[in-house]
Ligand binder design. Structure first.
Ligand code: AMP
Length: 377
């Protein structure tokens, strides 16, 4: 089967590496000539708006998918008319690109979120703050990622200035959530309707960028995992979805509030490459091709650390027992994700002992919390 992938970043690269053992061939399309996936698979350089290039890209493809959330929805719709299958569905991509339509969908299917309201004028902003209360978080509806495009406000007098700092763009205003931990659920649904879910992952950010993921997240009651899966199931069904769907949650006292979804493979699921029976990348491909899904059970305890802006020396990294290194072949730049490493271990204590030197090397400003065994709070 021949699969087209829109976007050729590191997510695409890891998808290509998962595709080879399954005998699948991937063809990427990316605007950059030096796209990371182009080092390991066929990659067409073209704009997402170039219809002629899209036509020739799609020729001989069975399925088209994407690894980049900012693919124009018009491109997704155009390609879905050219190939047998475009998955995840263009509608899911379109909804995910706007934080307001996303949260509205969550509300419609019964996935709880923080209180929110939309605002495009000063009067609407004032009314929105009345709905959410203060403190609140102002977020641009579109093009926000890695914590960009948002501002927290504690006093009504700060709102006008905060909005100017966001370019006076249309906003979603949310209540500020006092959470203990940030968790994500990587879920997958095949074109056959089968679903599978990985254990909840705990995520730690620095400067708005994911630095450390721990999986399975420690001390999560079985009921909370089941609730997260139920929420994902509702979204997967409503969207008639195939592929990986990621939901990011705020967690406190047994309660999950959904913050956002990503209709693609996700950084917080990189640990699944070595830490689960089947990686998120393989399961995404299985799902969009309509193959049976692979098992999502964890292999022990895993920690994943991102390399942002710089990469530690390879020799020092590889000296850490149980470490698996992934470098993306990208040139260093401030704030850029250049690679990651995953460590899996048989016990939480062993994982913590191995993660601490990795965190030091990667300048990841957090000691790896010692995870408790799974199951109890
Ligand atoms: P986002 O761009 O929506 O993923 O938000 C980036 C980060 O900002 C999240 O990972 C949270 O740490 C924080 N954040 C976002 N929304 C809220 C909220 N409503 N309340 C508190 N913190 C938030």
């Amino acid at each position: 089967m021949k699969i087209g992938v829109l976007g050729g970043g590191q997510l695409g690269r890891m998808m290509a590496l998962a595709a080879y053992p399954l005998g699948l061939r991937l063809r990427f399309l990316d605007r950059a000539e030096d796209a990371s996936a182009g080092q390991v698979a066929e990659c067409v350089t073209a704009s997402f708006e170039d219809q002629e290039a899209l036509r020739s890209f799609a020729a001989t493809l069975d399925v088209v998918t994407y690894e980049f959330e900012n693919v124009p929805a018009s491109t997704a719709h155009f390609l879905s008319g050219l190939v047998k299958r475009f998955m995840p569905p263009p509608r899911a991509l379109e909804i995910a690109q706007d934080r307001l339509t996303q949260k509205t969908l969550f509300g419609k299917v019964g996935v709880p979120t923080a209180q929110f309201a939309s605002a495009s004028t000063a009067a609407e902003l004032e009314a929105a703050i009345e709905t959410t209360g203060l403190p609140a978080v102002l977020k641009t509806r579109r093009w926000g990622y890695d914590g960009k495009g948002q501002a927290a406000v504690s006093h009504a007098r700060q709102t006008a200035q905060a909005w100017v700092s966001l370019g006076n763009s249309p906003l979603i205003v949310e209540s500020f959530v006092r959470f203990d931990r940030e968790l994500s659920l990587i879920s997958v649904r095949s074109t056959t309707g089968d679903t599978a879910f990985y254990p909840l992952t705990e995520n730690h950010h620095q400067d708005g960028i994911l630095r450390l993921s721990l999986a399975p997240a420690a001390g999560i009651p079985t009921q909370v995992q089941a609730t997260a899966e139920l929420y994902a199931q509702k979204l997967l069904q409503e969207l008639d979805y195939a592929g990986i769907l990621t939901i990011e949650f705020f967690y406190r006292d047994g309660v999950l509030l959904a913050n956002e979804m990503a209709t693609r493979v996700h950084n917080s699921g990189h640990w699944t490459i070595e830490g689960a029976e089947t990686s998120q990348f393989e399961n995404h491909l299985r799902a969009v091709c309509g193959f049976p899904l692979g098992a999502t059970s964890p292999r022990g305890y895993s920690g994943m650390v991102n390399f942002i802006g710089t990469t530690p020396g390879v020799t020092s990294l590889l000296a850490i027992p149980g470490l698996h290194l992934h470098l993306y072949g990208k040139s260093p730049r401030l704030g850029r994700k250049l690679g990651h490493a995953t460590i899996s271990a048989a016990s939480p204590e062993l994982l913590a002992a191995r993660l601490n030197p990795l965190c030091s090397l990667a300048d990841c400003d957090m000691r790896a919390p010692v995870p408790a065994s799974r199951g109890g709070p």
